[in-house]
Design a protein. Structure first.
Length: 256
């Protein structure tokens, strides 16, 4: 039987989602806890790979088990066993053809920027010490919806078969005075894509790149043309959508 796990995590202490040879990861932490509780080796497959230090308020993973499970009891035991920076919100049985990664139809990320020193934002938001033109940044962000090849925003030498993605939403909003949130939704994301996009949009906001320059970055299909990758600590995976049969109850899972 196949089970979906809906979880959230603070990525500060982890080198991303995916298992690393000599570093801690969320995937490894979850697999080890499940293997202990189920008394058998368990492989967990995630909906995507988050980078080092990146967080998730909404992550989905799946695992297989030969017998039916008491999912409420398993969720309770997992939360007792897992460290405080990983929380299980819901475990549910799904069709065996469902896949946490390949069945997902979209993902949504948030990136946070604050413009003045703030002691309570420093761990989960990136402080930018120069004025930014967010109107120009939004105009540039709208251009992302016109393209599908995002090679310029991808980490080089990855195992991705294609750099094609469909972006359906990309916009900056001021959530509090001086605190801004970038929301981007796509059917899939490349490694480092959101952080590279934000870094390039900041170049626009600083007046160091025009809208046409941003367009040329996309069309150039060259990572060297784009801006620097911004810190991972301010990036959150906040939404993953699936066909309706796999969506959890909103009473059990605060995602979406």
């Amino acid at each position: 039987m196949r089970y979906f796990i809906h979880l959230s995590f603070d990525g500060t202490a982890y080198h991303g989602w995916q298992i690393q040879p000599h570093s801690s990861s969320v995937q490894q932490t979850l697999q080890e806890a499940l293997s202990i509780l189920l008394r058998r080796p368990v492989e967990v497959v995630g909906a995507g790979r988050t980078d080092t230090g990146v967080h998730a308020t909404c992550m989905v993973a799946h695992f297989d088990h030969p017998a039916a499970l008491d999912t409420d009891q398993l969720r309770y035991k997992l939360n007792k066993l897992l460290p405080p920076d990983v929380a299980i919100h819901c475990i549910e049985s799904v069709d065996e053809n469902m896949h946490a990664r390949f069945s997902a139809t979209s993902r949504t990320y948030h990136y946070f920027i604050h413009l003045q020193k703030h002691p309570f934002r420093r761990a989960y938001s990136w402080q930018v010490n120069v004025p930014l033109n967010f109107e120009a940044m939004n105009q540039a962000a709208e251009l992302l919806l016109q393209y599908t090849d995002f090679t310029s925003f991808s980490k080089v030498d990855t195992d991705a078969r294609t750099n094609l993605c469909t972006v359906s939403q990309a916009r900056w909003e001021e959530v509090e005075p001086g605190h801004w949130r970038f929301t981007i939704t796509a059917n899939r994301f490349l490694r480092n894509m959101v952080r590279a996009i934000v870094g390039t949009l900041v170049e626009v906001g600083r007046g160091r790149m025009s809208l046409e320059g941003f367009r040329r970055v996309i069309e150039g299909k060259n990572r060297c043309l784009a801006g620097e990758s911004v810190p991972g600590k301010a990036l959150f995976l906040v939404g993953i959508t699936y066909p309706p049969c796999t969506q959890p109850s909103k009473d059990n899972f605060p995602c979406g």
